[in-house]
Design a protein around this ligand. Structure first.
Ligand SMILES: Cc1cc2nc3c(=O)[nH]c(=O)nc-3n(C[C@H](O)[C@H](O)[C@H](O)COP(=O)(O)OP(=O)(O)OC[C@H]3O[C@@H](n4cnc5c(N)ncnc54)[C@H](O)[C@@H]3O)c2cc1C
Length: 286
């Protein structure tokens, strides 16, 4: 289909992008890599009157080592996350998840900020930043504010960003040497995850194990029942059995809710077993 008519504005800076958002309110949308927004325009699921193109703001494409965390610009592309030596060393879960997004064309255009702002509950990078406890930075007319990843995803395709705010940076706590695992099932190669699990930490380690789920509700979720069971010393099999507690998986063209619950239990068990067996490289199940 052909998108509804819109006015195209190219922002020359973050300030200009924020100003345009404030000026046009709910009528305006940012355009980054376009790999979620353009299909939505063509299907007329979105029909903004003004598109503010931020795709060329190279000032927001970076990975910086800031001591205890990596600061990643919102316009960093999936392919750059996948190839970054710093991300591979200090946030390997993110590098791995970025490498699983779509196909090379998608990874060459799609951006970290676009993926998170799109707030797709099945997005690979969303569940990865949730598991890592990342902090997201938004800029609006009143200045900058920080949003914990746990508070960022509000509903399906709805984030905590106000209409006049732009996501500018994602702060990834360094996790070099911390065990991690990413388990994912998708129906076809290069497809979105039906269910994915990101797990970080080691049982009995100094920090509790964190387990996050994609595709199990309207937002990426922490598997709290699993985390609590592990903290109470339950074995992996018992903890994983509660992987779907507190979730609300959808039934859609990819899978029924019951099958998603089954996948969550199986993938959480695999992830927890993998944490105990370094190297903890995530794998894609099909
Ligand atoms: C064929 C295909 C396969 C895919 N497979 C996967 C997959 O397996 N896993 C996966 O996770 N994703 C997948 N995706 C989605 C892909 O990761 C998108 O690139 C990503 O979701 C959106 O990033 P973008 O930069 O293209 O954002 P855009 O499409 O430009 O924008 C998406 C939304 O975010 C808003 N936005 C963009 N940047 C910002 C910002 N900095 N601040 C505030 N709002 C912003 C836009 O206004 C829009 O509402 C796939 C996409 C396609 C087309």
């Amino acid at each position: 289909m052909i998108p509804a008519p819109f006015e195209y504005r190219r922002a020359g800076s973050v300030d200009e992008a924020v100003r345009l958002l404030a000026e046009h309110g709910d009528d305006a949308r940012l355009l980054a890599g376009g790999h979620s927004l353009l299909p939505a325009l063509r299907l007329r699921q979105a029909a903004p009157a003004v598109l503010v193109d931020v795709g060329r703001l190279s000032e927001l494409a970076y990975v910086r080592d800031l001591g205890d965390h990596l600061a990643v610009g919102a316009l960093t592309r999936h392919c750059d996350l996948e190839r970054s030596a710093a991300v591979a060393a200090d946030a390997p879960l993110v590098a791995h998840a970025a490498g699983l997004v779509g196909d090379p064309q998608v990874r060459n255009r799609g951006t970290l900020g676009g993926s998170l702002a799109h707030a797709d509950p099945a997005a690979d990078l969303a569940v990865a930043v949730l598991a890592l406890g990342a902090t997201l930075v938004a800029r609006g007319p009143a200045g900058e504010r920080e949003i914990a990843a746990a508070d960022f995803f509000v509903d399906r395709h709805r984030s905590a960003l106000a209409g006049d705010e732009m996501l500018t940076e994602v702060r990834l706590p360094k996790a070099a040497g911390v065990p991690w695992s990413y388990q994912r099932v998708s129906r076809r190669a290069q497809d979105w995850a039906t269910v994915a699990v990101a797990a970080v930490g080691a049982a009995g380690g100094s920090a509790p194990v964190v387990v996050a789920l994609a595709g199990m509700g309207p937002v990426p979720l922490r598997a709290s029942a699993v985390e609590q069971a592990l903290a109470a010393g339950e074995p992996v099999s018992g903890a994983a059995a509660g992987a779907d507690h507190g979730t609300a998986p959808p039934s859609d063209v990819l899978a029924g809710a019951g099958y998603r619950r089954h996948l969550a239990r199986v993938l959480v068990r695999r992830a927890l077993e993998s944490l105990a067996e370094p190297p903890n490289l995530g794998s894609t199940a099909t």
